[in-house]
Write a protein that binds this ligand. Structure first.
Ligand code: FPP
Length: 251
């Protein structure tokens, strides 16, 4: 029996965000190169997209490459970019078949032309997917995103397209790369570390956090369902009291 059968279909997180950590350590444990860990990481992404679709998740955001990852050794960065192109090109037909819509967030100006072209092509070809939206955070960091949002907002204020009086949380959200995407309900981080690492800082304000020691290449459908079951045991109060939440649920 799969844990999928235990999931309450009336309380599915609409959006799950994942920090996929542990590829390097997974490879090291096996005497392999770090790149082998990333390759196995791609297999895990594929597995988890399918598993998430089966569970009825609408949005899945995966942290594939952070702004800070540009500081890794050149060899590893190049290998990751190559792997990204290879995986995207290879998977596009299957993504279309599965009804997956691909979106990318992050500083695409820093990506190699080949990587950008492969991503743009996949985004266009999967634009009509309605089963699940897969959001790749690539060359992404939250501080970069918020700085860009501020820059664009100030430009709009200067050119009178936006008034200071109209500024509110919703306005700021609309300047972020995640405009139109609901905030994540659940953040999963694999690989044992318990931090957010500059990922979706604004958007995760009320997400439930789930940390697991499992390395990303080993993370499978059952691990995902376990995280969803854990989420379903949490009481999401959004700053209110338990009593208020109970009352609202009865109404
Ligand atoms: C973190 O593990 C993982 C990354 C920095 C890269 C993750 C990228 C992928 C799984 C490829 C995704 C590709 C597509 C097309 C979706 P780490 O290297 O920091 O591991 P460590 O902490 O054990 O060293």
């Amino acid at each position: 029996m799969s844990l999928l059968d235990k999931i309450d279909t009336k309380n599915i997180p609409s959006h799950i965000a994942i920090i996929m950590d542990g590829n390097g350590r997974w490879a090291k444990e096996r005497g392999l190169d770090r790149t082998d860990g990333h390759q196995e990481g791609v297999v895990a992404v594929r597995r988890i997209v399918e598993a998430a679709s089966r569970a009825g998740i609408n949005f899945l955001t995966v942290y594939a490459f952070s702004t800070e990852n540009w500081n890794r050794p050149n060899k590893e960065v190049e290998a990751l970019m190559e792997l990204m192109v290879y995986a995207i090109v290879k998977e596009t037909p299957d993504l279309i078949k599965q009804g997956v819509r691909l979106l990318v967030i992050g500083d695409s100006n820093r990506l190699p032309t080949k990587t950008r072209a492969a991503l743009d092509n996949c985004i266009n070809e999967t634009a009509n997917g309605t089963t699940i939206t897969l959001i790749l955070a690539l060359s992404y960091s939250s501080k970069w995103e918020i700085t860009e949002a501020l820059r664009n907002m100030l430009n709009d204020i200067q050119s009178k397209r936006l008034r200071v009086d109209d500024l509110n949380e919703k306005t700021l959200s609309n300047y972020l790369t995640t405009k139109g995407i609901p905030d994540p309900d659940l953040l999963i981080r694999t690989g044992g570390e318990k931090r957010i690492s500059n990922f979706l800082l604004w958007q995760l304000a009320y997400a439930e956090l789930y940390f697991t020691n499992v390395f990303w290449p080993d993370f499978d459908a059952e691990h995902l369902y376990q995280a969803i079951l854990d989420f379903q045991c949490r009481e999401r109060r959004f700053g209110k009291t338990s009593e208020q939440i109970e009352k609202e649920q009865k109404e």
